[in-house]
Design a protein around this ligand. Structure first.
Ligand code: J2J
Length: 537
């Protein structure tokens, strides 16, 4: 079944990707099932609640699939899944895959504003949440969301469900009715970082995503011997698929779940579980490099540290191998598709100074100027890409798609890059209205729209400001209506509107008017310069 509103590949491309053996007709349900047969009692996930084997996971998945069907969930339904790094995440998403329902991946850090949007926009039938996590009460949030989103029939809770449905009650011993799932069907909706307004949803198919796992595993040499430590929230595309937790399952390896990236937690897990592979964003890598100096954990099992999601400075990159005695791999990827990796046998120069090259020989990349003309080799331009696991359009976003994709199907990444002579990508900046706060993406316009709702705000412009630890933080420039407010009041206002904490501006600057571009638009470039100058004083 084709889910409405999901652009797909033209048939000549689909045929080509099949011919080249990229798309092999696998589905997620079959993937886990066949691993369960092959690996049986082998542990698939180690978490703070214990261990679960491949066979047992498959059994739990089938029980949950039955329970989901009993409450009326069916093929094509959208289900917003907002779960932390726990076994339930896997049981839920694979149960949904088995019945052909589509997970919509929310992050645990999302709040009312985001979750409501995901539920509303995807017309979700269910929302699956923990009761509380990291001190936040998801039940109150869900209560509000449920009141406002007409399609939402079920709120399912891992833990104390109160008025909602406990996840635990949905594991049934009756068999579920398997859905016929076509490998070219959309398997789930992933979140985009977003640059205009609210996050767009990214439709990924079984065929395309499983190819990205298989290819990632080849490039990253992930095998059944691998032990992958997840420290980032696993719903994010990087720890999910590059090669991440799903790549680990594909390979028959073992996943170790950490609820967070603190060295205390992570280093002891590495030692205890003999972790071989892990992935993080640059601020965590910097923190670990500092922490490792003063600790005595045995990290000798660690073979690879991947760093990606935001630009990793060469200065910091240089320190990884000496500090940990393992390999560094830079990863430049995007939930829309394209993933670039440095290769393990690349010279240090490349590993430290570049963000890698496309993982697939079928990835097509172009670096173009403002008129979509290829720039001369080595010069900076916008990266465009098309390939066997890069989407051809966002979910239900015709107007936006017309701008974000070229007529011949290339995705406009909004990233400014240059290629070195070996064809490796160096990320130089961004031409999209987004702030990359240590790997967490903030769409400026989304925050600006919230700010405009404040009675004291006449106009607002949100820009990035440099930060030694996170790379960037966010700064809101505000033109007040009359008297200006305390910045703290603005931040509190956004918090109360239910905006995720990472999107709340780190700094608020009051200003009388915005600098303009030659065309009379707000010049964010000049605003960025302004705040940069202030910070340097
Ligand atoms: C500079 N910018 C980077 C890098 C991502 C693997 C790894 C990361 C993501 C991800 C992902 C960067 N240097 N090394 O999905 O599978 C910025 C770019 C890019 C945007 C995508 C994966 N790695 N970026 O980060 O969808 O601006 O995916 O376009 O969250 O992050 O963000 P996202």
């Amino acid at each position: 079944m084709h889910v409405e509103g999901c652009p797909t590949w033209p048939s000549e491309f689909a045929d080509f990707y099949r011919q080249q053996n990229c798309w092999r007709g696998e589905t997620f349900a079959e993937m886990l099932k066949s691993r369960a047969i092959q690996y049986g009692d082998k542990t698939v996930i180690t978490s703070n609640t214990g261990e679960i084997s491949y066979a047992h996971l498959q059994e739990r998945v089938e029980q949950l699939a039955a329970g989901f069907q009993q409450v009326g969930m069916e093929k094509g339904d959208r289900v917003v899944v907002q779960l932390p790094n726990e076994v339930a995440f896997f049981e839920v998403i694979f149960a949904l895959f088995n019945i052909g329902a589509l997970p919509v991946f929310a992050l645990p850090s999302h709040r009312y504003s985001e979750v409501r949007h995901f539920c509303e926009f995807s017309e979700a039938k269910a929302l699956i949440i923990p009761d509380t996590y990291a001190g936040f009460d998801y039940l109150s949030m869900a209560e509000l969301v449920k009141k406002e989103v007409r399609t939402l029939k079920h709120v399912i809770v891992e833990g104390d469900a109160e008025q909602f449905v406990p996840l635990l009650k949905l594991y049934k011993d009756t068999p579920f009715v398997p859905s016929t799932i076509h490998p070219s069907d959309v398997a789930f909706l992933q979140l985009s970082g977003g640059s205009t307004g609210l996050s767009k949803l990214i439709p990924r198919t079984h065929d395309d995503y499983i190819y990205s796992l298989r290819r990632s595993n080849e490039v990253c040499a992930l095998t059944e011997e691998s032990v992958y430590l997840a420290v980032l929230p696993i719903a994010h595309n990087f720890p999910l698929s590059s090669p991440g937790v799903l790549g680990t399952i594909y390979a028959g390896g073992r996943i170790v779940l950490s609820s967070g990236p603190s060295p205390d937690q992570a280093f002891s897990l590495i030692e205890k579980e003999r972790v071989t592979f892990t992935a993080m964003v640059p601020p965590i890598a910097i923190m670990w490099t500092e922490a490792v100096k003063n600790r005595h954990d045995d990290l000798s099992s660690l073979e690879v540290i991947q760093v990606g999601g935001a630009k990793f400075s060469a200065e910091s990159a240089k320190r990884i191998q000496p500090a940990f005695g393992c390999k560094l791999q830079q990863v430049f990827g995007m939930a829309e598709g394209l993933v670039n990796y440095t290769r393990f046998d690349d010279p240090e120069e490349i590993i430290v100074h570049t963000q890698g090259r496309p993982m697939s020989p079928y990835d097509e990349i172009r670096v173009v100027d403002e008129d979509d003309q290829d720039v001369p080799p080595g010069e900076v331009g916008e990266l465009l890409t098309r390939g066997p696991y890069t989407i051809r359009g966002y979910y239900k976003a015709d107007e936006h798609n017309a701008k974000s994709f070229t007529d011949d199907g290339f995705y406009r990444t909004g990233d400014l890059v240059r290629l070195n002579k070996e064809g490796y990508i160096i990320v130089e900046g961004r031409d999209k209205d987004q702030i990359n706060r240590g790997g967490e993406k903030i769409a400026a316009e989304e925050v600006e729209n919230h700010l405009l709702a404040h009675p004291s705000v006449f106009d607002a412009a949100v820009v990035s400001m440099p930060d030694p630890y996170l790379g960037e933080r966010s700064c809101a420039f505000i033109i007040p209506k009359g008297e200006h407010q305390a910045s703290q009041e603005i931040r509190k206002f956004l918090h109360e509107r239910g905006l995720a904490a990472y999107k709340i501006p780190d700094r608020v600057e009051w200003i009388n008017s915005f600098p303009q571009t030659a065309l009379g638009k707000v010049s964010k470039k000049k605003l960025r310069q302004l705040i940069e100058e202030q910070l340097s004083h």
